[in-house]
Design a protein. Sequence first.
Length: 286
Amino acid sequence: MTPPRTLPSSPLTVATVQATPTPGDVAGNAVAGADLVRRAGEQGARVVVLPELFLCAYHPPTLAADPAGTDVAADPAGMVADPRLDPLRAAAREAGVTALVGAAARHPDGRRTIAALVIDRSGEVRVGYDKQQLWGDERDLFTPGDRGATLLVDDWRLGLGICYDGCFPEHGRAAALDGAHGYLCPSGYLTGSEHRRDLYYAARALDNTMFVVFANAVGGVDPWRFNGGAAVYDPEGRVLARGADDGTAVLVATLDPAVLASTRAAHSMLADRLPDQGGPRASMPG
């Protein structure tokens, strides 16, 4: 499969967020998220990415104890009408921003997923993507998603992933083969994982010569303390913006299609990739 070669016609300014939500407080976190969305919009962002499970916080004890209070319900079309999200709807409309917000989503068929909600510029909310690669004890609480997704903003194609998805080269590659120019990853990395946090998403950028926008939770109480470091990477994996390991931050960067074009011309892995790796592997004694 050869990825589409079309490029966006103009730059896109994006924001990535690191913040500390309150476990179980969907309404309060939506208010805090709305403030972050407005801050991003004031800095010129057209897309803003908030951390994994931001609306309920990544706190497994609370998620296990109060699923009714922590989850947002989706209808059969994936739309979310929860009034607790009204501040986010209003902020997206007022700022002219498309927001990607982490949530625990309850689907009509009973599935509970780690979701990326898309709040568009009109304020509509839908489940944009369900995390496919569940990590550790997440499997006790959630069902994995079964398909990838691409967000279309103007003429930019932005693949969606959530945290552990980005640890799998195949996940980012699937987005690139669908024509993605960028890869948006709301995440929750715990303190102590800084090396991996900073390596995986830079690697996905260079693997696929696409921009990567990585959001992360920050702060909290052990063992659920998170390490910030939200970042935007260029298509060679270089840092365009990065947050500190602590503290709330809204980090803004502009994705330039000329950089995308020049990088893909110089580093043509997507075009040069073999359709497979040949027949059975050869083995030989040393």
